[in-house]
Design a protein around this ligand. Sequence first.
Ligand SMILES: [Zn+2]
Length: 103
Amino acid sequence: MPRKRIKRFIQVMETVDVSAHCDVCKTQIINGTEYYRVTRGHRDYGNDSIDAIEYKDICSDVCLHEEILAYGNEVSNTKFINIEKDTLELHQYIELKPNNSEV
Ligand SMILES: [Zn+2]
């Protein structure tokens, strides 16, 4: 006998990026423009070092240079840094206003 099936409605909550700012100069990075995604950290504490991993959004070559210099001056036994240049892709959303009278 075939299994009986019904359809049910489910909702899924997800977290998406809707804005981004440069972690060096705090300028807003415009959606669709190029930026640097920097991942940095160390391995001083073995597996616990995962807590030391930082992700940074960087807006320009000037700010990237500043970030690298700052990281170079930090004191730790081990270091790693990964730099990726990419195009910022933010989630598009419409901000709902309270008591919106438009139909
Ligand atoms: Zn910047």
